[in-house]
Design a protein around this ligand. Structure first.
Ligand SMILES: Cc1cc2nc3c(=O)[nH]c(=O)nc-3n(C[C@H](O)[C@H](O)[C@H](O)COP(=O)(O)OP(=O)(O)OC[C@H]3O[C@@H](n4cnc5c(N)ncnc54)[C@H](O)[C@@H]3O)c2cc1C
Length: 99
């Protein structure tokens, strides 16, 4: 059976948690999905620059993960059920559940 990895959030931690195994594992054996609430990679440690009026160039997560095999799901995580091994999400596509 193909392994499924679901990473919640695509900040610094989530982007690495998805990107590193994507480079090491075969897509034939493993499917990696990242769920993030918004479409952009937000560099939190540069946000203070906004406060002094600088423009931050935002990067689309779809560009960050392009060509990696990581599937991006733009949605908000509303629940995690460890016993069933599922993640509940809600987004533009409506409510859903990821195994
Ligand atoms: C002004 C500032 C300066 C900083 N400077 C430094 C520094 O110099 N050095 C340093 O080491 N650290 C610094 N930090 C801390 C650093 O930014 C954080 O430690 C780091 O961003 C944490 O990464 P993360 O991936 O865990 O979370 P985040 O970067 O917060 O990413 C979380 C991601 O999860 C998504 N998310 C959240 N909830 C949900 C949900 N329910 N459903 C779907 N997606 C969701 C968010 O949209 C986001 O993309 C700074 C922080 C700030 C604010």
């Amino acid at each position: 059976m193909k392994h499924r990895i679901v990473v919640l959030g695509a900040g610094y931690a989530g982007a690495l948690a998805a990107g590193n195994p994507a480079r090491r594992l075969s897509p034939a054996d493993t499917g990696i999905t990242v769920v993030n609430a918004g479409p952009d990679f937000v560099e939190r440690m540069r946000l203070h620059q906004l406060a002094i009026g600088r423009d931050l160039t935002s990067r689309r997560l779809s560009d960050v993960f392009a060509g990696t095999g990581v599937r991006l799901r733009l949605a908000r995580v509303t629940g995690v059920d460890p016993e069933r091994g599922t993640v509940a999400v809600t987004g533009e596509d409506g409510d859903g559940e990821l195994a």
